[in-house]
Design a protein around this ligand. Sequence first.
Ligand code: T3D
Length: 261
Amino acid sequence: MEFETIHFERGNGIARLILNRPEKLNAFNVLMHREVAAALDAVEADESLRALLLAARGRGFCAGQDLSERNVDGGPLDLGETTRTYYNPLVKRLVSLKIPTLCAVGGVAAGAGVNLALACDIVVARVSAKFVQAFSSIGLVPDAGGSYWLPRMIGQARALGFTLLGHSLSARQAETWGLIWKAIDDDHFKEEVEALLAQLAGAPTRGLNAAKSAIRAAARNTLEQQLELESASQFECGRTQDYKEGVTAFKERRPPRFTGR
Ligand code: T3D
């Protein structure tokens, strides 16, 4: 599929969605939203896929909304409508994909750029990358799920400081705070990302999907509900070929060959 603002490719069970407006630090304009949505359509329809990489070209990961698209000299803009139309569906789609998602943050992530990364299952970042909740600098509220993820992931005190002060957070600090999975030395970044992708693409896909759904549901469930969800998920996972393969491989003392079925 050919796009203008993203690069999208599929192969070996892996979809790679690469933001490609490096001159704007990969800020989102309407076309990029539409092209990302089309790429996600393709991901959802392709049953051969077992992992998604979200990454970006150039020195930035994503600077959030493209502010050159916002004409603030006319009447007031309806940003409720733009977030409902573009960012909210994107966050919901990323979160509910049935394959594991890996976000590789190779440079600065700002505004919605941070929060879209947080919608992915695993986030890694170059040590040189940084994260900025840039909303406070332009009088906005963290959107694209930011106000949802931050207190859950890093606690209210840090969420408030990070958001209200607008200070940038280094990748190491983001890792220490539990905002991301891992900060990786720049020299090893590409190979570690590829290794993680290969691991995810070779994993028992349905089991991973059930696991991520359960962990994401925990924030809104009681213990009773969560225990029942685990049992229902285990019922489904116990019927997969990958479960059978995992147990068989264990007994035969060999590496499992998961197929995602
Ligand atoms: O509008 C709605 O629908 C509501 C939804 C909002 C979602 C949001 O994401 S709101 C938040 C929007 N984002 C920002 O406010 C971030 C703005 N950018 C920055 O604060 C800084 O650029 C960074 C901290 C991200 C990086 O700083 P730095 O010094 O490394 O780079 P720079 O020189 O500022 O930027 C490099 C270029 O990218 C520059 O272009 P130029 O001068 O070289 O032609 C800059 O204008 C451009 N750029 C960076 N961010 C944006 C952008 N262009 C358009 N929109 C941007 N968000």
